[in-house]
Design a protein around this ligand. Sequence first.
Ligand code: SAM
Length: 308
Amino acid sequence: MESQSGCSLPIIYKPFDGTEKSHWVDRGHLYDFLYSTKGMRKKLLDFGPGDGWPSLIIAPFAQEIVGLDSSNSRVQICTENARRLGINNAEFKYYSAGENIPFDNNTFDGIMAASSIEQTPNPKQTLHELFRVLKPGGQLRIKYESLHRYKDGKEKDFWITELKNKQSRIILFNRNIEEEYVIQYGITLSMSRQELRDVISKIIKDISYANIAELLDIIKNHIIHVNKLRTTHPSGKTYAEWLKEIGFKKVIPSHDGGMAAANLYDYYKDIKTVREVESVDKLIKPTAKVVCYLDAPIKTDPPITAIK
Ligand SMILES: C[S@@+](CC[C@H](N)C(=O)[O-])C[C@H]1O[C@@H](n2cnc3c(N)ncnc32)[C@H](O)[C@@H]1O
């Protein structure tokens, strides 16, 4: 995949546009990560950066950032994005998933992890490793995808993604919310996403997880590979328990600077003088600074800051 985000990220792929709510939210996340890690002019780790998010938006404020990812193509894309943006204090490194993180104990002042810990083979072991490489007094900020959002009807789901060389992939998700895990099946097909959509629209009305077997039977000659993956998706409560058990001195489930920025956008959207990044930042920065330390109920699966 050339871009995980569909090239939608402000700053990284597009100039900041103050009329776009998602661009305000992005600034909210930026200041949330910056203040919750105490990352100003510090050495930070971005665990699982994807397209370089948040590392590339934080880089101008930090001393140095390392992005660590277990996908070689993500590392290449992040490196290319940094080069294109003229960012020279961010470096991206590959390591093999499941192995120890390739840094000495007490290396980083702060660590950010956005939707990445739950992608690793053993999230609890990953947290142990993040604890090890964080300096005493350093702060880890995690944002994660818990499964509660899929309650009541979205436990079973599927996506269709476009791949290179006129291939596509159907991904089936079977989510077990109570036991906090997901089984994914990836079915790679020798047909483009459009060709697949054409077959679906001709033959099956209202394609859903329940009738996907019917579709697979029709396109079975196009299946070139199937893989199965089980991932653990801890809830906020589980994360908080693990972080304490691992030895973090303080665990703070808190409100989210991104969400606060969304609320600010709703309030200020008709005020035309608040459009440039500088004027938007003037509102978001102090708000995110406070919000990311405001206690939030753990049952809402909020972002968590853990202090070593
Ligand atoms: C959902 S993406 C999130 C990307 C980015 N942080 C964001 O929020 O846009 C998850 C990222 O974690 C990476 N990842 C998956 N398993 C990993 C592992 N074991 N160690 C480090 N990164 C991993 C993926 O390659 C991907 O870049």
